[in-house]
Design a protein around this ligand. Structure first.
Ligand code: TXA
Ligand code: MG
Length: 320
């Protein structure tokens, strides 16, 4: 069984030896390994059962010069870095392929770079002579972990070292922005840094989303972030109530009181995007552990600050 520890030293030793360890970030826990070590990277793909064509995000410390890893960097990238790093924004840049292990990028000519804000993640990166790859610490396609205990439960067969940093304050993965085009950027995955915030920092540069195509972001898969039990989401309250009447064993996650649905299983979350992001994965895990047979979510409104949470719910569930 994996071990949850408070001391950073064994984590550093493990990573220096080419091992894998789970570490906290401000978004979700990551399964970290030396980004320059083929064996470490391969082990991460294997533990996660992640297809080899899904590239990993490379995590760097605060003072890293990104020009050693990326080339042809558009001018607006500096503005984004000044505004959001360290923080929950991942930048996909054209890659300096000579210096990046092709397993990190899945052989593509772009590299995803993230400078996390969590003090423990920064302390680890500062004390290592190499960057870390760190996908979310969950089996591929499943719910991401927002606590050390979630990581432990996600990999019951593994013997991982997990650094305990408490609950992740944001709760959903970083926003991913494709920044390879000097004419503008494209949001590949929504997160805490939303489209409205980005456009106040660099106005009029957002390019429209690409129709599902060649870019291999998990966000482009039709399903992801999935709990074990079937999850249904609704935009109409009357339809959600009628589903609960027909399926009494349902765990409800909603901004409406549970009594609305004639149930006492589930949670009422205040209509605040920060609280929904913080609670979403935790609640999906609670629902999986509950006696309920189904999970129901009433979908939050379509607005920039809800984009991250909505995207996760839509990918994880089915619309009825
Ligand atoms: O908040 C986060 O970003 C967390 C924490 C641990 O840092 N990490 C995370 O990693 O969410 P992961 O592997 O679960 O999701 C990374 C996403 C994947 O969907 C991957 O396909 C995409 O980033 N990605 C990585 N490199 C890419 C690239 N070069 N171009 C496009 N997408 C890329
Ligand atoms: Mg993930």
């Amino acid at each position: 069984m994996s071990q949850i520890i408070q001391d950073i030293q064994p984590i550093l030793a493990c990573l220096r030896q080419g091992g894998i360890a789970a570490i906290p970030t401000e978004t979700v826990y990551g399964l970290a390994g030396d980004a320059t070590n083929t064996q470490a990277i391969s082990q991460i793909y294997a533990i996660k059962q992640r297809p080899l064509d899904h590239p990993l995000i490379m995590h760097i410390s605060k003072d890293t010069d990104i020009r050693q890893y990326a080339i042809d960097i558009p001018d607006y990238v500096d503005t984004l870095i000044k505004a959001f790093w360290p923080g929950p924004l991942t930048l996909v840049l054209r890659c300096n392929t000579a210096l990046i292990n092709p397993l990190v990028t899945a052989g593509q000519n772009t590299i995803a770079l993230r400078c996390p804000q969590h003090p423990l993640a920064q302390e680890i990166l500062r004390n290592l002579p190499f960057p870390l790859v760190a996908p979310s610490a969950n089996p591929f396609g499943k719910v991401s972990p927002t606590s050390a205990q979630h990581v432990q439960a996600s990999f019951p067969q593994e013997n991982l070292l997990i650094l305990d940093g408490g609950r992740c304050p944001i709760g959903i993965e970083s926003t991913i922005v494709l920044a390879t085009n000097s004419n503008g950027y494209r949001i590949l995955r929504h997160g805490k840094v939303d489209s409205a915030h980005l456009s106040t920092i660099i106005p009029a540069l957002e390019l429209p989303p690409q129709t599902v195509g060649t870019l291999r972001v998990s966000g482009n898969l039709l399903t992801h972030y999935q709990p074990t039990k079937p999850l249904f989401y609704f935009t109409q309250l009357t339809e959600a109530i009628s589903f609960c009447n027909q399926h009494p064993s349902t765990y409800v996650i909603s901004a409406y009181p549970l009594s609305t649905f004639n149930t006492d299983q589930g949670v009422t979350l205040p209509a605040d995007p920060k609280i929904w992001a913080y609670e979403l994965y935790n609640q999906l895990r609670c629902a999986d552990l509950s006696k309920a047979k189904h999970i129901l979510i009433t979908l939050p409104p379509e607005a920039p600050d809800w984009q991250g949470t909505r995207e996760r719910i839509i990918k994880a569930g089915r619309y009825l």
